[in-house]
Design a protein around this ligand. Structure first.
Ligand code: GTR
Length: 333
């Protein structure tokens, strides 16, 4: 082979190598991606609408480099499973209630404690300030990035058998709870028989009389159709545990510093967007249940319910850090 030919070959090989290196060295963050997002609620529920809003912001902010694909209505599974899948990186983002994910993250579990918040204003003051940011930051130790909280109103007990006005009326009612030890303990403390079931099985559970009732906020009670089968809704408002949006660590690490900020900001904005939608739907759901002739028990003595649930604190808040967190939450004015 001639010298010229050798030189050409050498030059070509150098170019190929350089191109290969260039491809390999491009930081993964610069690659366009589609992120899969899970939510248990239906398409027009405020959390799902908030995620779609966030998706638009992310797409705009990254000039279409990143997209969020929102799977609502449990298309990716029930909360317990999607939480696990998010932890291992099989799902990129997940909007879940703090109760099921609280089993893994004690500080988040605190937010579900019974009668912890005096009002929604108190809850918002906690979530929107230092304590909220600290709790979100703490998710990372358990393999998640905590992005933002969403409203979830207050959860109340409903059933198909009788109006519950006193603690004695709760006795023996088979009440479905989320897959969470804390929620099981809470309903036990009220004298009910808690039944842990995934959200998607509650309607059938009510229809087949596997359970007598459940507990949830107004929008979930109504949008799921539970209100048609369990017409007695007692405003116990025993927990105000919010929703939380988490991201898997591998998905987060695939983002550049600039894109991380775009995601965080979009999540924060989606939370404010959601609040407006939430109050509207809460009111609409309340009216829908009343119009259907449901019995809404709102004037009753809530004190015995609070007292019965106070035993929960001793079991759930064992370590000094958590005790301090509960104290700090109570002190927020
Ligand atoms: C809803 C919440 C869901 C799910 C559900 C349940 O209020 O939005 O994420 O936790 O309650 O009771 O399973």
């Amino acid at each position: 082979m001639s010298l010229i030919c050798h030189r050409n070959l050498y030059a070509a090989a150098t170019i190929v190598l350089a191109l290969l290196l260039a491809v390999l060295l491009v930081p993964p963050a610069a690659k366009a991606r589609e992120f899969r997002v899970a939510d248990t609620q239906s398409a027009d529920y405020p959390t799902v609408q908030a995620l779609l809003y966030m998706a638009r912001l992310v797409e705009q902010g990254t000039q279409g480099r990143h997209r969020l694909r929102v799977f609502h209505s449990r298309q990716l599974g029930e909360e317990k499973e999607t939480i696990e899948q998010t932890r291992v990186g099989a799902i990129d983002l997940n909007r879940t209630n703090v109760a099921p994910i609280g089993s893994l993250i004690p500080a988040a579990n605190v937010l579900s404690l019974p009668f912890l918040f005096r009002s929604f204003a108190h809850l918002h003051d906690v979530l929107d300030r230092q304590i909220g940011s600290e709790i979100l930051a703490g998710f990372e130790r358990q393999g998640f990035i905590g992005l933002t909280f969403y409203d979830s109103g207050a959860r109340s007990v409903y059933n198909s058998l009788r109006p519950v006005r006193t603690l004695a009326d709760m006795k023996g009612l088979r009440i479905r709870v989320q897959q969470s030890e804390l929620m099981v303990d809470m309903l036990k403390a009220l004298g009910a028989e808690p039944v842990e079931l995934p959200y998607g099985q509650v309607l059938t559970g009510l229809a087949t009389r596997l359970i007598d009732g459940a507990e949830n906020n107004w929008p979930s009670y109504v949008t799921t159709g539970h209100y048609k089968l369990a017409p007695y809704y007692t405003l116990t408002e025993h927990t105000m545990g919010p929703e939380v949006l988490v991201m898997s660590l591998p998905a987060w690490e695939s983002l550049s510093a600039e894109d991380k900020e775009i995601f965080r900001e979009a999540a924060r904005k989606s939370s404010s967007f959601m609040r407006g939608r939430w109050s509207e739907l809460e009111e609409q759901s309340r009216q829908q249940a009343r119009a259907a002739g449901n019995t809404i028990i709102d004037s009753f003595d809530r004190k015995p319910f609070e007292d019965a649930m106070s035993v929960i604190y001793a079991k759930a808040v064992t370590d000094p850090d958590l005790r301090q967190l509960v104290e700090r939450i109570r002190q927020v004015q």
